[in-house]
Each structure stands twice: as C-alpha cells, then as structure tokens.
Design a protein around this ligand. Sequence first.
Ligand code: FES
Length: 163
Amino acid sequence: MCETCAKSDLTRLDAVFKEFEGDEHALISILQKAQEIYGYLPTDVIYAVAEHVGVSPAKVMGVATFYTQFRLQPVGRNLIMLCKGTACHVNGADAIAKALQDELGIGDGETTPDGLFSLKEVACLGCCSLSPVMMVNETAYGSLTPDKAREIVRRIKAEGAAS
Ligand code: FES
C-alpha cells in the first residue's frame, strides 16, 4: 500500500500479468499471485485485474468471493483458524470460539484493530485426533480448552509486544 495515497502499488502486478500473458483462463492464478503480493485482494487490485483480463470488476469480485481461499480484507499478523469440523464441534469448538472472541474482542472473520490477530472459523483442518484444534499461522494447537486457547493468544500477544 502506498503510504501517502492509501492505494495499492499496482506496478507489483506487472510481473504477474506478464507471467500469464495470453492465458485467458488465468484469472484464478492471477488472483492467487495478487493475494500473495498484497496479503489480500484490495478493491483497486480487483479493478486492475479486471481491466487486464478484459472482464468486469463484478465478475472478478464474483470469483474472489466464491472461493474461500481469497480474502477481501487484510488479515492480521497472526491468522487464527479455528476448526469447526464435526470432530472439533463435538469436542467443544463452540466454547473455544467464545473464549477466543472474548479474549480478542472480535468475531469470526474479523481482525483486531492493532492488526495482530484475525479469527476465521474453518472446516476440518485434517488433524481430528487432536480435536478441538486451531492453527495460528503454520502452527497447530490441539486438545484445546477455552483456558488453553486464551493462554496461547496471550502468549502470542506478549511475544508481539516484546518484538
Ligand atoms: S474436525 Fe477439526 S481437525 Fe478435523
């Protein structure tokens, strides 16, 4: 993001457009690369991609909202993915969700004002034997209790404050 005008630096898309030049089915790949660059898909990036690909911004937005891999809002430095799959649900994921929401002061799909945490409820993370489970960025935390989940968040907050 440009500091002075609060717009995305769209020149960063040039290499992506070049990579997929002439490939008219590359919309999803372009959006994936754009998200890697910006961390999410800002509105001006959606418009730039639409113009480049030759489709309407509404069509690009439709694709971006259809696939859960795409984010339309910036995510915090720590993305908490709380599993709400069947095994985790049965083993108390709702209580973990409540504890996290209380601790962070945000709901599902939201980011804390300081940009430190985003919370997202997801389907099975593939480690059901550890349920209930959450992942913080690349790290999985299993056999959670509400207190354990709070403690993990507090520890990351303390580490964030120290760094
Ligand atoms: S249901 Fe949560 S990891 Fe599978």
